[in-house]
Write a protein that binds this ligand. Structure first.
Ligand code: ADP
Length: 520
C-alpha cells in the first residue's frame, strides 16, 4: 500500500505538486522496489528519497561523494524539523564517534555519509544492527565505470550494502547517465527495467543563447547592469580572466565576488557564502566553482569563454534555474578560445588516447557554437536523450532569432570542393586562406595557389570563411578529424551538396551578403 505522500510534500516542503517523475519514484520506493532516478539538475532529486524516508519506519542512509553538499542537505532537513546528521572526514574522530553513538541510539531519521564510510567495520556493524529502510546513492553515475566521474571507492560500497542482514530498498539518483551507465547501474543496484524513472535531461525553464562578435567585457557589464537584482554566475577559463573580469565589474560598482583555485581556502569559502546568501549578486569563477552548490535562484549563467566540452557546459549552465523559474544560459563565443582550450588539453597530463577523446569532445562544443539548429535539441541529441521532447525549444537564440535563412549552397560547394582538392589533409584555417586567395607561405609551398578554388571566395574575410567552415562542420557537411589540429574531410552529406542534391541554408548574419562568385 502506498501512502498518500502529497500531504508530506505540502507539510514539510511547502510545495503544492510533485515535479515530473517525483511521484513515481516515491511510490516505487514505498513499495520497497529498488529504483533508479534519472532527472536533470534542479529536477528535484532530493525529495525523491526524503519523502519516502519520512514516510518509512526506519532510517534513511544517503551516500554522497559530495562532502560539501552534505552539511547543506542536513541543515535544510533540520530546518524542516527533521532529525538528520552526517559523518564524513570533515569531522574529528571524536565527533564521528559521538554521531555514531547517537545514530545507534536512534536519534536520527536521515544519515548522510561519504562512500568511504562503508569501509569502516564499526560503521557497518552499527547500521547492520539498525532498522534501515532506504539507502540512497546520490550522484550514482560515479558508481559506474562508464560514468564520466567514476569513483572506485563508491563501487565497493554496493557489495557491502548487499551484506546487510535486513535488505533496505535502494535508490540511485543521477543527472548524467548514458545508456551504458543506466544499464550498469540497473545491474549493480538490482533495479528492474520498469523501476527506472528517466525524465530526460531537458530543462524547459532554461534559454540557451550563443553570442558572437561582441566586445565580451562590455557585453557582461551591460548584461549585469540590466539584471541588477538577479543572481548570476559568470564562468571564465583561466584565473587571470576571472581576476580581470572581477576588477572590471567591481570598478563599475557591481556587487561581485570571485572564485578560483588560486585563492586561499578562507577567501573561497567567504566568496561562496557571499554568493549563496545573496550578499553579492554576481559570481565570477573558473570551473572550480559550483560542484555541490545548491543555490536555487541563479537567474543566469554566462560562459565568458568557450567551455571545454558539452558535459561540463551543461552541468555548469544547469546551475541556473534550479527553482524552475525561467533562466538564461549564455555562451560568449570567440574563436581564440579554441586555441586556448586545445593548449590546455595539450599541456595536461592525460595520455594520448584520453587527449584525443578530449579534442573530440571539444569539437562537439565548437559545433554547438556554430550550429543553426535548436540549441536545446542539439544538447539532447548529444546526450542521446530519447525521453525528452525533441521539438525545437522555441526559446534559444537559434529558435527565436528573426534572421532570414539564406541559400549558401554555392559557397558551400566551393568550400567542399576546395577541401577535396587540398587532399582532405588540412584544417579550417588553411582552407580559408586558399579560398581567400592568400599569399601565405604554406599556401604557396603546397602550390594551392594553382587550384581552381584559389581565391574563389575572396570577398569574405578569412575570419568569416573560418566561421562558415565551422558551420559546415557543425551541420555535418564536413568532418573535423584528429587531435589538436583537426583535418577537414567530406562527409556523405557533402557529396549530396556537391551533386546539387542538398541545399545549404545559413542564417543571414553568419555570412553577410556579398557578391557571389559563380563557380563552374
Ligand atoms: P537536484 O538534486 O535534482 O538537482 P534538488 O533536489 O536540489 O534538485 O531540487 C532543486 C530545487 O527544486 C530545490 O530548491 C527544491 O526544493 C525544489 N523542488 C523540488 N521538488 C519540488 C516541487 N515538487 N515543487 C517545487 N519545488 C521543488
Amino acid at each position: 500500500m502506498v501512502s498518500d505522500t502529497l500531504p508530506i510534500l505540502k507539510e514539510y516542503f511547502g510545495y503544492e505538486a510533485f515535479r515530473p517523475g517525483q511521484k513515481k519514484i516515491v511510490d516505487h520506493i514505498l513499495q520497497q522496489q529498488n529504483t533508479l532516478a534519472i532527472m536533470p539538475t534542479g529536477g528535484g532529486k532530493s525529495i525523491c528519497y526524503q519523502i519516502p524516508g519520512l514516510a518509512s519506519h526506519g532510517i534513511t542512509v544517503v551516500i554522497s561523494p559530495l562532502i560539501s553538499l552534505m552539511k547543506d542537505q542536513v541543515d535544510s532537513l533540520k530546518a524542516l524539523g527533521v532529525a538528520a546528521t552526517y559523518i564524513n572526514s570533515s569531522l574529528t574522530s571524536s565527533e564521528q564517534y559521538q554521531r555514531l553513538a547517537e545514530i545507534k541510539n536512534g536519534k536520527y531519521k536521515f544519515v548522510y555519509v561519504a562512500p568511504e564510510r562503508f569501509d569502516s567495520n564499526t560503521f557497518f556493524q552499527t547500521i547492520d544492527a539498525l532498522d534501515i529502510s532506504l539507502i540512497a546513492f546520490d550522484e550514482a553515475h560515479c558508481i559506474s565505470q562508464w560514468g564520466h566521474d567514476f569513483r572506485p571507492s563508491y563501487r565497493t560500497v554496493i557489495q557491502t550494502v548487499f551484506r546487510l542482514r535486513n535488505q533496505p530498498t535502494l535508490i540511485g539518483l543521477t543527472a548524467t547517465a548514458t545508456k551504458e551507465v543506466i544499464r550498469d547501474l540497473q545491474q549493480l543496484l538490482h533495479v528492474n527495467e520498469d523501476k527506472v524513472v528517466n525524465t530526460g535531461f531537458a530543462r524547459d525553464n532554461l534559454t540557451f543563447e550563443m553570442v558572437k562578435g561582441h566586445d565580451r567585457n562590455r557585453y557582461v557589464v551591460d548584461f549585469v547592469n540590466n539584471h541588477k537584482d538577479e543572481a548570476g554566475i559568470i564562468y571564465a577559463i583561466t584565473r587571470k580572466q576571472v581576476d580581470q573580469l572581477h576588477y572590471i565589474l567591481k570598478e563599475k560598482g557591481i556587487s561581485v565576488q570571485k572564485y578560483h583555485a588560486g585563492m586561499t581556502e578562507d577567501a573561497r569559502k567567504k566568496a561562496q557564502n557571499d554568493f549563496i546568501y545573496d550578499n553579492v549578486q554576481v559570481m565570477i569563477a573558473t570551473n572550480a566553482f559550483g560542484m555541490g552548490i545548491d543555490k536555487s535562484n541563479v537567474r543566469y549563467v554566462i560562459h565568458y569563454a568557450l567551455p571545454k566540452n558539452l558535459e561540463s557546459y551543461y552541468q555548469e549552465a544547469g546551475r541556473a534555474g534550479r527553482d524552475g523559474e525561467p533562466s538564461q544560459c549564455i555562451v560568449l563565443f570567440s574563436g581564440q578560445d579554441i586555441t586556448l582550450q586545445k593548449y590546455l588539453i595539450d599541456q595536461s597530463e592525460m595520455d594520448e588516447i584520453k587527449k584525443s577523446g578530449e579534442y573530440g569532445k571539444l569539437q562537439s562544443m565548437i559545433n554547438y557554437c556554430h550550429t543553426d539548429q535548436c540549441l536545446q535539441q542539439y544538447i539532447l541529441e548529444y546526450f542521446n536523450d530519447t525521453i525528452s521532447d525533441h521539438q525545437e525549444c522555441g526559446r534559444c537564440s537559434n529558435c527565436s532569432n528573426d534572421l532570414e535563412k539564406v541559400d549558401r549552397s554555392k559557397e558551400a560547394q566551393m568550400v567542399l570542393s576546395c577541401v577535396k582538392r587540398m587532399g582532405e589533409r588540412f584544417g579550417a584555417s588553411l582552407v580559408a586562406k586558399v579560398l581567400k586567395g592568400s599569399n601565405d607561405k604554406k599556401v604557396k609551398q603546397f602550390r594551392f595557389d594553382k587550384l581552381t578554388t584559389y581565391g574563389l571566395l575572396k570577398h569574405f574575410t578569412e575570419k568569416e570563411l573560418v566561421s562558415f567552415i565551422q558551420f559546415l562542420v557543425a551541420e555535418n557537411f564536413l568532418v573535423a578529424e584528429g587531435g589538436r589540429f583537426p583535418v577537414l574531410k567530406l562527409s556523405s552529406r557533402a557529396v549530396d551538396v556537391l551533386k546539387g542534391e542538398e541545399q545549404v541554408f545559413v542564417q543571414s548574419a553568419k555570412v553577410e551578403k556579398k557578391e557571389v562568385v559563380e563557380y563552374d
